[in-house]
Design a protein around this ligand. Structure first.
Ligand code: NDP
Length: 300
C-alpha cells in the first residue's frame, strides 16, 4: 500500500492546449478558404449514450469554429440507404471529416458502412485502410480514444518504452488500436479479453494497465502491481454517475499514476478528433499519408 497520492492524469489541461492550437488552425483555414472546415456526424436512430457523446463533439466544434453538423438517419434505414448517405458526404467538398456514431442498429452491417467511408475523411480511423496503416506502424488516421490514451501518457512524461503493458479489451475502436500504439512506443503489450485465463494474475504483472472493457469495477486495487500506471478508458453510468472500469479508490492506494473518470481520456479524445479533422481539411499529416497510400495502391 502506498502512502503518497498517485499522479492524477487529468485530460482537461492537455485538451485545452490542443483545442487552442486547433482554433488557430481553424481561423487560418477560414481566412484562406472563406468557409469553415466541416465535420459530419452520422447518427443512426436515437441512442442515448451516443447522443450524449455526439452533443459533446458538436459543442467542441462550435467552440473552435468548426462547422459541425449532425446527419440524422432514421433507425429503420437499411445498410444500402446509410451507405448512400455516407457516399453523399464523401463527395461533399465542404465536409472534411465524417464520423459514424456507434453502436449502429443490429440490422445494419457495420463493416459495409465502414468500408464505404472515404479513408481520407475517416478521422476516427475505422476504415480498413487506416486500420491497416496503424497495424503496419505507418501513419494514418487513428481512433481518437486510443490516441488520447497514449497522448495523455506522453503529456505527463510517462515513458512506456520497455514497460509490460496489459490492455483489457480488444475492440477495433479502442483496445486493438491502443495495443498497436503502445507497441509502436516499444512497450511489451498483452491484450486481454473475455477469454483470457486469470485476468487478475495477468494484470498483476503489468507496469501499465489500459482498460477499455465497459465493465464497472472490473479492475480492483488488489489486482494491480504496486506503482503501476493505470489508464481507464471505460465510461459506465452507475446510479446516475459516470464511472470507469477501474475501482478508483482502491486503485489509488496502489498505483503511481491514474486517470480520473470522468476527466481523463474523454476530454482529450474530443480535442484529438478535432485536430484530426484539421488534418483532413488541409490534407496534411495522416490525410496526406492516406492520400499517398491510395495513389500507390492505384498505381499512380
Ligand atoms: P466493446 O464492448 O466493443 O469492447 C469491450 C472489450 O472488452 C471486448 O474486447 C471484451 O472482450 C472486453 N471485455 C469485456 N468484459 C471483459 C471482462 N470481464 N474481462 C476481460 N475483458 C472484457 O467496447 P468499446 O471498446 O467500444 O469500449 C470500451 C469502453 O470504453 C466502454 O466503457 C466505452 O464506453 C468506453 N469508451 C470510451 C471512450 C472515451 O473517449 N473515453 C470512447 C469510446 C469508448 P471480448 O472481445 O472477448 O468480448
Amino acid at each position: 500500500m502506498r502512502t503518497n497520492e498517485p499522479l492524477l492524469l487529468a485530460g482537461s489541461p492537455v485538451a485545452a492546449e490542443r483545442r487552442a492550437a486547433v482554433q488557430a488552425d481553424v481561423e487560418a483555414f477560414r481566412r484562406n478558404r472563406g468557409y469553415a472546415p466541416g465535420l459530419a456526424v452520422v447518427l443512426v436512430g436515437r441512442n442515448a449514450p451516443s447522443a450524449v457523446y455526439l452533443h459533446q463533439i458538436i459543442k467542441g466544434c462550435t467552440k473552435v469554429g468548426i462547422d459541425g453538423r449532425v446527419v440524422e438517419i432514421p433507425g429503420r434505414a437499411t445498410s444500402t440507404g446509410l451507405r448512400r448517405e455516407i457516399d453523399r458526404l464523401n463527395r461533399d467538398p465542404r465536409v472534411a471529416g465524417i464520423i459514424v456514431q456507434m453502436p449502429l442498429p443490429k440490422h445494419i452491417s457495420l463493416r459495409a458502412v465502414i468500408d464505404t467511408l472515404d479513408p481520407s475523411k475517416d478521422i476516427d480511423g475505422l476504415h480498413p485502410l487506416n486500420a491497416g496503416l496503424l497495424a503496419l506502424g505507418y501513419d494514418g488516421f487513428v481512433p481518437a480514444t486510443a490516441k488520447a490514451a497514449v497522448e495523455l501518457l506522453k503529456a505527463y512524461k510517462i515513458d512506456v518504452d520497455g514497460m509490460n503493458a496489459v490492455v483489457v479489451g480488444r475492440s477495433n475502436i479502442v483496445g486493438k488500436p491502443v495495443a498497436r500504439l503502445l507497441l509502436g512506443e516499444h512497450a511489451t503489450v498483452t491484450t486481454a479479453h473475455t477469454h483470457t485465463h486469470d485476468l487478475p494474475g495477468l494484470v498483476k504483472t503489468a507496469d501499465l494497465v489500459v482498460v477499455a472493457a465497459g465493465v464497472p469495477g472490473l479492475i480492483k486495487g488488489s489486482m494491480l502491481k504496486p506503482g503501476a500506471v493505470v489508464v481507464d478508458i471505460g465510461i459506465n453510468v452507475v446510479g446516475g454517475n459516470i464511472v470507469g472500469d477501474v475501482e478508483y479508490d482502491s486503485a489509488c492506494q496502489v498505483v503511481s499514476a491514474i486517470t480520473p473518470v470522468p476527466g481523463g481520456v474523454g476530454p482529450l479524445t474530443n480535442a484529438i478528433l478535432l485536430g484530426q479533422l484539421m488534418h483532413a481539411a488541409r490534407g496534411t499529416g495522416p490525410a496526406l499519408q492516406v492520400h499517398q497510400a491510395l495513389q500507390r495502391m492505384a498505381g499512380a
